[in-house]
Unconditional design. Structure first.
Length: 385
């Protein structure tokens, strides 16, 4: 039989000691680097929650929300979340969007305030920003005075701030309304809209600013609605999105837009008379373009261009060229595909607003920088399809 030799105990002890020393050395090398500072998951920033609040103009289909979402996404504002208890009404523009909203067909500002309906909506969504377009149903029939609507607004603002003391609130001067069954509605809406800037100025704070958004100017209750003088069609929704976008983009960038000047209150004309503007004369190019500075602040401004098909045939595409003389630089745009080379800005239609019937119009807008002088650019318009 083979002889089995035992390893002496002293040798075993030496081997165990050596193994312990090797393990200790390994931990000595690796341990401090692993334990000195615990590894933590990278902090994630919660998306900014935006609540579209209103009546049927915000609810289904409420497609201004879809266009606004798309404009924000394509311009880099991707860390956002539209919130609300209501499902989307369904808008088919060929792209996906966040349809959550707090639009309730038939609701009024006074009714929401009196019935205390807003607090649970806010508690469920916890928005950072509210886009409020309310008052259309209050003005129907002329039975509710403007003062009562403004008092309801004040109640709603207080409830928003109770939910979030730092709430940023964008309040619309609501779109025009002129249904055949309500002969007083057009004037009632104008009265409300004219009162909103003064009301907002008395309630806005640095912590929770109220930004007034002029949805009235430039909206045509005959051509921009579905035929009822109240509810927007696709052209009307595009105009609404174009009005919401600039101030919302500024708020998302940490900038609080300046309050409107008194001339920005709705009047029967389409634009404030004090704003620099220019337009192209009718020509064989087939279209005209009207340029307007809608808001201006130190170092920056917001511009708007209205394109009108002045030909006798329908168009499928258009191009506007702006040539600035004072070094203005466009930083963002919406409702257009826009490029700039030196002083020349070239704006083509977006996928959804190139088709214009004779006499029809659409608009696009932009934010730009300026320094010292902000003269009106030379402008040209051409139908390209």
């Amino acid at each position: 039989m083979p002889t089995h030799r035992r390893t002496p105990l002293s040798a075993v002890t030496a081997l165990v000691a050596l193994a312990a020393l090797l393990v200790a050395a390994a931990f000595a090398l690796a341990g401090p680097a692993r334990s000195a500072t615990p590894v933590r998951a990278a902090a994630t920033v919660a998306p900014v929650k935006i609540m579209p609040l209103g009546d049927s103009i915000t609810a289904g289909p409420g497609c201004w929300r879809a266009i606004l979402w798309h404009d924000l996404q394509t311009n880099g504002y991707t860390d956002i979340d539209f919130v609300g208890s209501q499902p989307d009404g369904g808008c088919n523009y060929g792209y996906t969007y966040d349809g959550d909203n707090e639009g309730h067909g038939g609701y009024s500002a006074t009714g929401i305030a009196q019935n205390n309906q807003l607090p649970p909506w806010l508690a469920a969504a916890n928005p950072d920003i509210v886009l409020m377009h309310l008052g259309t149903n209050d003005m129907w029939g002329g039975s509710i005075p403007v003062s009562s609507v403004l008092a309801a607004y004040t109640t709603l603002i207080g409830q928003m701030r109770a939910n979030n003391p730092k709430m940023k609130i964008l309040v619309a001067q609501i779109i025009p309304m002129n249904p055949p069954s309500c002969p007083t509605c057009a004037a009632e809406v104008q009265s409300l809209d004219q009162a909103i800037p003064g009301w907002a100025a008395g309630l806005t704070t640095a912590q929770s600013p109220i930004i007034v958004v002029d949805q009235w100017t430039g909206f045509d209750d005959s051509t921009d609605t579905v035929g009822d003088g109240v509810h927007p069609n696709d052209a009307g929704f595009a105009k609404m999105a174009a009005r919401w976008y600039p101030p919302l983009a500024q708020v998302l960038s940490g900038i609080i837009p300046p309050p409107p000047t008194p001339s920005a209150s709705p009047t029967p004309t389409a634009s404030p008379s004090t704003s620099p503007s220019a337009s192209t004369p009718p020509s064989n190019s087939g279209c005209t373009a009207a340029y307007q500075i809608t808001s201006q602040w130190s170092g920056g401004f917001q511009g708007s261009v209205t394109v009108t098909n002045s030909s006798t045939a329908a168009s499928s595409a258009w191009t506007v060229t702006l040539t600035f003389a004072d070094g203005q630089q466009v930083t963002q745009s919406w409702n257009t595909t826009l490029t700039q080379s030196g002083a020349v800005v070239t704006a083509h239609n977006a996928a959804y607003n190139g088709s214009l019937a004779p006499g029809a119009n659409t608009s696009f807008g932009f934010l730009a920088s300026w320094n010292g002088t902000n003269a009106v650019p030379s402008i040209s318009c051409t139908l390209t399809g």
